[in-house]
Ligand binder design. Structure first.
Ligand code: GRF
Length: 198
């Protein structure tokens, strides 16, 4: 199964997927797409995986960026897309082309704390448990059908960085497990709920 990973940041989730996707793992990362210069692109190149960059500011508007990202991604003929810390909302053309085949990780237990500040928001709210959600991407912000979730306790001593790092430790394993399961058995979704067949 061919996988394109989208990333924008430090790319530690990408690195863990690169490490997982060897031997008899059922998916191969065939390319990494980024929207800015970031460490994730460097990790791809270090692993010999082609990286491509489609920056929002390099395009006249969001629709043109959406079209360019869709085309550049399509060139690698992915069966599945993984958004591993990709910090842009995917556009309608991208969703049209790859909808139902895009997996995202979110550092909170959705539907609590969607958006780009999930870890800080959970800390500010004072929840005692947060966690990791792996879900299918739809047109909303972190609203797509949930594939897997795992809790992470919030410690009194936590700041955003320490809590995020413990969540990421869970995310790295959960994402690799879910990707393998979807690559092997597919996913059935009615747009609201999703099930990976046994
Ligand atoms: C992860 O927590 C992911 O859920 C969030 O961004 C973070 C990516 O981390 N959307 P990294 O860049 O892979 O280290």
């Amino acid at each position: 199964v061919r996988v394109v990973v989208l990333a924008s940041g430090t790319g530690s989730l990408l690195q863990s997927l690169i490490a997982a996707a060897v031997d008899d793992y059922p998916a191969r990362i065939v390319a990494v797409g980024v929207d800015r210069d970031c460490a994730a692109a460097g990790h791809a190149e270090d692993a010999g995986i082609p990286a491509y960059r489609v920056g929002l500011r390099d395009h006249p508007d969001r629709a043109a960026w959406d079209r360019a990202l869709t085309k550049a991604t399509d060139a690698h003929q992915p069966d599945l897309i993984v958004s591993a810390g990709f910090m842009k909302i995917l556009g309608p053309e991208f969703l049209d082309r790859f909808g139902g085949r895009i997996i995202n990780t979110h550092p909170a237990l959705l539907p609590s704390f969607p958006g780009a500040h999930a870890v800080a928001d959970a800390l500010a709210y004072g929840v005692k448990i947060t966690g990791s959600t792996v879900h299918l991407v739809d047109s909303g912000v972190d609203t797509g059908p949930v594939l897997a979730q795992e809790p992470v306790p919030v410690l009194e001593s936590d700041d955003e960085a320490s809590l995020h790092e413990r969540i990421k430790t869970v995310e790295r394993r959960l994402l690799a497990e879910v990707l393998a399961a979807v690559a092997t058995r597919g996913v059935i979704s009615d747009g609201r709920k999703a099930v990976i067949p046994k």
